[in-house]
Design a protein around this ligand. Structure first.
Ligand code: B12
Ligand code: SF4
Length: 500
């Protein structure tokens, strides 16, 4: 069957473009089973999805099915895309993080163009779904775990699709189906935004046993599952030697959970001569699963930079609110060891978790200054549905964000308040912006390092718009006033109450 797997425009994200790897996995499984698959990523395409649908029709080989992926801020774009595809008569199915958390919402009467949603990892479920469609059967009659649909006026939500145990049994993602030369490099830390980078991403494991309260745990799952080192190396070899990767991003939640395996992977990359292409850990280094040897091996294996979730500089916040499972000393050690191994470092920090005060946010800024990573990423807390943080706010606060795009990282504004008499969303935004100023502007050495790089000038338009947003702010970044009850708003809270 001809299938189009699509990702909506990621304009809520940033100028950086990453491949939607989940679609690569789904495409590979369908392709291996004889289906004809196209991956459409609106973030890098010049033409809208209808262009390809019409082209396929004109060629006499129409697409029968569109599968659309969506993280929460992109769900509105996913609905628009499904409505478009429906006009051409395609069957529509939505999956990905938002649908794993809120499978029923998209099947409500406002979205008649969505036929099915899918909850969880879909390699096997989607294959069975397509097999059923091709056989002219109704997929719902096959009881596919994870598949959700309408039966009359009822929305049937099935149990989540089981997490795949044996990841080695999966084919490699269909990396060759991505228009890779349209993606940018993964983190423009030292190179600016290289628009012609051939940046692929790789997933060496899935899942994470930790339970950080801001994290969408229903998506990651609690059980860590690692691919064998040899299986990862084989995919790495394909990326480097056949597909010409110039940068690789490891996008696991926590690729270093098992340190001996992480070290073995590094050794094998060296042995195979695959250490010539730089790689970065996009999200997934956890400080308390590191030691000096690991960083030295990573460096030898071609790793260029590592990112760590630091989150907060206050030990009480880390332990009791964020529940990060790491101490400040562990954070300090990891940064020291990574720098000693000559790796570039990035730190991720969150401002405005429930219970954050002026003192705790100041401690966060102080810690960022002390660690002095090459890149500090300060984010405003976003209460995604399905997180513990969401529950905390529902119990003792109020969410302002009333549209899903408000949850985008680069649409930075206060999204909630707590009714504890101490939490101040306006202060949160002020301290967050202050963090950027104190880290990037008020340190002459760092400013000089930045402006003396060519990329600073070639990326001037981006730099200016980022500077405006981070250092000066705009109307949007103020905490909204309480909503007038008479005003007709589509409340996110309302949507969730209806569907969870
Ligand atoms: C790499 C990554 C990124 C990258 C690349 C994203 C991309 N295009 O894939 C970047 C840095 C761009 C990114 C950005 C964001 N991310 Co991100 N990201 C991840 C991360 C760490 C890995 C994603 C991945 O490759 N997973 C592996 C693949 C195999 O899984 P998958 O994509 O989910 O696909 C499987 C299933 O979901 C399902 N599926 C997926 N699509 C479809 C479609 C159909 C039709 C079907 C049937 C099934 C299906 O089947 C797939 C195969 O099993 C995840 C954490 C995680 N564990 O998933 C967070 C995660 C997805 N990100 C998250 C967030 C919050 C964001 C941002 C919204 C941040 C922000 N506030 O702006 C942005 C959104 C922008 C965007 N375009 O999506 C949250 C999502 C929460 C939510 N409710 O949506 C996650 C879960 C992190 C977390 N633990 O909280 N992210
Ligand atoms: S360590 Fe990362 S993936 Fe694991 S729970 Fe915390 S934020 Fe989520």
């Amino acid at each position: 069957m001809r299938v189009i797997l699509a990702s909506p425009e990621a304009k809520v994200w940033s100028e950086r473009k990453h491949i939607p790897l989940g679609l690569g996995y789904l495409a590979a499984v369908l392709r291996d089973n004889g289906h004809d698959v196209m991956i459409y990523d609106a973030a890098i395409e010049d033409d809208p999805v209808e262009f390809y649908i019409e082209q396929a029709e004109a060629a006499g080989k129409p697409f029968k099915l569109i599968g659309i992926t969506a993280a929460t801020p992109l769900i509105g774009d996913a609905w628009t895309m499904a409505a478009t595809a429906k006009r051409y008569g395609l069957t529509t199915i939505l999956g990905g993080p938002h649908l794993t958390i809120m499978p029923a919402e998209s099947l409500g009467p406002e979205h008649p163009y969505v036929d099915y949603t899918f909850k969880g990892e879909a390699e096997y479920g989607l294959l069975e779904f397509v097999t059923a469609l091709e056989a002219g059967e109704r997929p719902e009659d096959r009881d596919i775990p994870g598949l959700n649909y309408r039966r009359g006026d009822e929305i049937i939500v099935s149990p989540i699709s089981p997490m795949i145990e044996d990841l080695d049994a999966l084919p490699f993602p269909a990396h060759d189906l991505f228009k890779i030369d349209r993606y940018t490099n993964l983190q423009p830390l030292t190179d600016g935004l290289d628009r012609s980078a051939r940046s692929f991403t790789i997933l060496t494991s899935r899942g994470c046993p930790y339970k950080c309260t801001f994290c969408s745990k229903p998506v990651t799952g609690d059980t860590w599952r690692g691919r064998s080192v040899e299986n990862v190396v084989a995919e790495w070899r394909w990326l480097v030697q056949t597909l010409g990767a110039t940068e690789i991003g490891v996008t696991d939640d926590i690729w270093n959970l098992k340190m001996p395996r992480a070290k073995e992977l590094c050794r094998r990359l060296v042995e195979e001569g695959l250490n010539t292409v730089p790689w970065v850990t996009v999200h997934g280094m956890k400080v308390n699963h590191t030691d000096p040897e690991l960083f030295h091996l990573m460096k030898a294996a071609g790793c260029k930079r590592v990112g760590f979730g630091v989150e907060n500089g206050d030990p009480w916040m880390l332990k009791n609110v964020i529940r990060k499972g790491q101490t400040l000393d562990m954070v300090r050690d990891a940064f020291r060891w990574a720098k000693a191994a000559d790796l570039q470092t990035m730190g991720f920090f969150i401002f405005g978790m429930p219970k954050d005060t002026e003192q705790t946010m100041e401690a966060t800024i102080q810690l960022a200054l002390e660690l002095d990573p090459d890149l500090a990423n300060f984010m405003l807390a976003a209460p995604f549905p399905g997180t513990k943080m969401w529950d905390m706010i529902k119990e003792g606060g109020e969410i302002f964000a009333n549209e899903w795009p408000d949850y985008a990282i680069h649409d930075q504004k206060a999204r909630f308040t707590m009714h504890d008499g101490a939490y101040d969303p306006d202060l949160v935004v002020r301290k967050w912006r202050e963090a950027y100023r104190r880290f990037y502007l008020y340190r002459p050495k760092r400013v000089w390092e930045k402006v003396s790089k060519k990329s600073f000038w070639t990326e001037m338009p981006n730099t200016v718009s980022n500077a405006r947003r981070f250092f000066i702010g705009n109307q949007d970044q103020r905490a909204p006033r309480p909503i007038d009850p008479a005003e007709p708003v589509t409340s996110v809270k309302g949507l969730i109450d209806r569907t969870m």
